[in-house]
Design a protein around this ligand. Sequence first.
Ligand SMILES: Cc1cc2nc3c(=O)[nH]c(=O)nc-3n(C[C@H](O)[C@H](O)[C@H](O)COP(=O)(O)OP(=O)(O)OC[C@H]3O[C@@H](n4cnc5c(N)ncnc54)[C@H](O)[C@@H]3O)c2cc1C
Length: 439
Amino acid sequence: MSSFSVVQNRARRCGLALVWQAGLAYIRSMTIRSDILVAGAGAAGLTTAIALAEAGFSVTVAGGLDTRRNGRTVALFEASLRLYRSLGLWERLEPLSNPLRRIRLIDDTTNPFRLPPVELEAAEIGLPAFGANIENAALVEALAAIAREMSGVRLMEGMLGDYATSDDEIEGSLSTGERLAASLLVGADGRGSKVRAYADVGAREWRYKQTAITVLLRHERPHRSTSSEFHTRSGPCTLVPMRPLDESSDGLRHRSSLVWLMSPEEGERRMALSDAALAEEVEAQVHSLHGRMALEGPRGAFPMAGLACDRLVDERIALVADAGHYYPPIGAQGLNLGLRDVAQLVDSLEDHGRTDPGGRNALADYDKRRRGDVALRTLAVDAMNRSLLIHALPVDILRSAGLAAMACIGPLRRALMHEGVAPPGRLPRLMREDRRFAS
Ligand SMILES: Cc1cc2nc3c(=O)[nH]c(=O)nc-3n(C[C@H](O)[C@H](O)[C@H](O)COP(=O)(O)OP(=O)(O)OC[C@H]3O[C@@H](n4cnc5c(N)ncnc54)[C@H](O)[C@@H]3O)c2cc1C
């Protein structure tokens, strides 16, 4: 080959390499980068984005905003309210909620040893209320509005997937076409988490032969800000207090949300009932506690399942809330547990992830500090649920003995109340005290 063609070939190869490099640089420049990418814009994902932005990280949160009305509410307990107060958000959320001052537990099984109802008062542990009940869709709408107002948060609507990890970052594609990259990917994409599926995390899922029906109800008599939990043979049926209407023409101005666990067959049958017929069945189930009832808006039906993961982290990935653990809505622990993940993630990143939020130290700290709490709640809720479903005398006796101990032994009752609403021990900083950020 002549020296001229050698030079010509080299130039051609060099040119191609340059074009290739320029192409890569162009694609990289098209990628939207931030310190942290949050997959999922539900209550957990939006709270994560807001809290991490307040801690000084740049955050992109990507997800489909699910604000469908399906009668689903969340009872948020004291530690979760402290988180929102610390972030300066509670003023925006409180008007949407109703306080939970009392919890009434009613054994409504055929257990021959069943006790009279047990009533727990927040005042007994020095709180005005255990927490507050808020419609899920209203919470998501309010958090999304707050996130949109924040300079440190970019909220992008669409589904995220097609992940790839390199040494110093993790990338994902949005269904609208954008490529997003960050040092850390937070999986807050709920039960069917794609982030969990991508991560090398062992997960065990199990199902219960139960469906939860949710719906908002209007009723005749006031609820006294009391949540009433009827423990039936198919699971709990709970009325959770909501803000009353200013007025109503039919005398039904008081409001509660319903979470009613039942067999899948009964769930199917009840979902097919007319509004009036379902309201009648609810009224019968709760022994007309709040008088006459009517349904307010659409219903939801949720098959009951549980999930436990070996760990909540993988390379440049952290899972929070339902993406990392879930169980049936007994004792209203689900999102409360998820928000403790969020608050701990903020601590771990502030303490160990300032320069590299997705680095090993920060993620190991997060995983270590969340394991015990998640495992304990998953076990406790599972045991409580199964104790209702198993028709066996020894189990009935045990359950009644537990309830009797709670009713009669003040220190035990107070310890359990603390455990349920703001577990003592090492709570993350945002949940320890009111820590208001400058706006
Ligand atoms: C009937 C019922 C009653 C409950 N009551 C209570 C209660 O009183 N108190 C309590 O603390 N907990 C309660 N829970 C549990 C609580 O609702 C959940 O723990 C909570 O909603 C979890 O929030 P999340 O943001 O993790 O998940 P989700 O609310 O499921 O949000 C996940 C979000 O991610 C989005 N998403 C999914 N895939 C992707 C993707 N690939 N890319 C981007 N986004 C994606 C979804 O569209 C969704 O917006 C209840 C649960 C049920 C079923």
